[in-house]
Design a protein around this ligand. Structure first.
Ligand code: FES
Length: 119
């Protein structure tokens, strides 16, 4: 198993993205509002955008109608900067519109204050 300390927990606040490298692979580490960390390849599965340049945001529920929006997944969704595809960080980076597709992801664990990414 390959693993690597990427940063300290205090380097990424909830709702933030940190771009880094896992070996030679360009990755991002994200933190959701509940304090958990998630790591993905820094490459959108659509046309390869650097997804770390995107936004962490939420989504609307299926009950939403024009002019009547219901929000969910606050700060759990990663939105691609190029064409806006959205990925659920807490669900293995699965695309909201097509959950059969997902970002390449890595495991993350915290030891002391270290954020460790591993395969
Ligand atoms: S490259 Fe990410 S949505 Fe198109």
């Amino acid at each position: 198993m390959k693993e690597q300390v990427i940063c300290k927990t205090s380097d990424i606040q909830p709702g933030e993205i940190l771009e880094s490298f896992f070996g030679k692979q360009n990755i991002i580490v994200c933190r959701t509002q509940d304090g958990n960390f998630y790591a993905f390849m820094n490459q959108c599965i659509h046309q390869g955008a650097p997804i770390g340049k995107g936004l962490i945001c939420g989504a609307t529920t299926d009950e939403s109608t024009p002019g009547d929006y219901h929000y969910c997944h606050k700060d759990e969704i990663l939105r691609c900067p190029w064409h806006g595809r959205e990925f659920d960080m807490k669900n293995q980076g699965r695309m909201l519109a097509n959950p059969s597709k997902k970002l390449a992801s890595f495991n993350v664990r915290i030891e002391d204050e270290d954020v460790i990414v591993y395969k």
